[in-house]
Design a binder for this molecule. Sequence first.
Ligand code: KIV
Ligand code: ZN
Length: 437
Amino acid sequence: FHKYIPFQPVPLPDRTWPDKVITKAPIWCSVDLRDGNQALIDPMNLEEKLRFFQTLVDIGFKEIEIGFPSSSETEYEICRTLIDRNLIPDDVTIQVLVQARPHLIKKTFEAIQGAKNVIVHFYNSTSTLQRKVVFKTDMQGVIDIAVNGAKLIKELTDEEVARTGMNIRYEYSPESFSGTEMDNAVAICEAVMDVLQPTPENKLILNLPNTVEMSTPNHHADQIEYFCRHIKNRDSVIISLHPHNDRGTATAATELGLLAGAERVEGTLFGNGERTGNADIMNVAMNMYSQGVDPELDFSNIREIREIYEKCTRMKVHDRHPYAGNLVFTAFSGSHQDAIKKGIDYMREHDTQYWEVPYLPIDPADVGRKYEPIIRINSQSGKGGAAFIMQQSFGYELPKAMHPEFGAMVKAACDEAGRELLPNEIFDIFRAHYLDV
Ligand code: KIV
Ligand code: ZN
């Protein structure tokens, strides 16, 4: 067995995030077409990316990272197609990723020619581990990479803006932020700020990736709060989260990161992305919705969104995926079904303004879905179960006095078959004993 380095607490004696609740939607940025796409066995082709892009626009994303145009001809072509075919609405900003390397930055500026609103997102890796084993450099080495990248980006932007009036904004990511010493992360971002000179009117996005999720969500939140408190000119920067899901807690990390002071979230639909994926924006948004906060994203037709996602990515949404999985609005247990029915009746009778139904966190209809009670009829089922199926599936209201006899027949058939019976099989028993005589 290996030993693993435990994460160090952040020196933050008076953290404020535990006392807060989320009260408004952050700025959302979808990275489906970049982080999500780069993690697919078969990356999306041009048509799939265009279809996915349109879906993201329909959901209401105003910032969409469309790819890494300097990384390959395909990525370059996708960027050009979106621009040349005029497929980007005026209120949507496309974001393009690039490493802080001169030839890639130049190619990126070629790719975005003619776009109206662009965020140029540049990054380099800063963590202790990456500096030691990958780049074999010290902190000054990684600061130099970021600062030189920022200088070139500023120069090319100034030329482009003077020539075309294009709206170009900047985003910088100290990649592997969460594995970087906090004061070093602040120092490198401030060095980038010195070059780009953000103002409250023209803010720089500082994206703080949890590139590999290696700590509990509260620790991630402490890192975010520490950074927010120590970065200079806080009102000239937008703090963005980019959580990954290696420990399975990206949703929690995102929520606590927002409480800790971030105002923007990068993530994907259904959590697609490198390894265990990125933060699942649908999940975070619908969690907000279920607390009465308008997420400003429209998931009222989750089935269709899911279908397009599954077609384009060739990934499957898990049956138990929050809000979207096949089984998440299904109740198998009789006592749950009873409580749900009582909740629905209560709401009908009391005309309540809140959703007050046990076992269903939201009204399934709000995401275009239906509640499904499933009664399983097996040798363990109670005598009312078979009668319930007759009523639910076939509209037969069996008198109470019939329940024991009919229940016993169905139970005997289950015992004989050695398995649960389907509604049609139950109906066949009913027909054989009561209709065909
Ligand atoms: O996870 C990550 O660190 C990234 C960066 C490139 C933002 O995807
Ligand atoms: Zn990422």
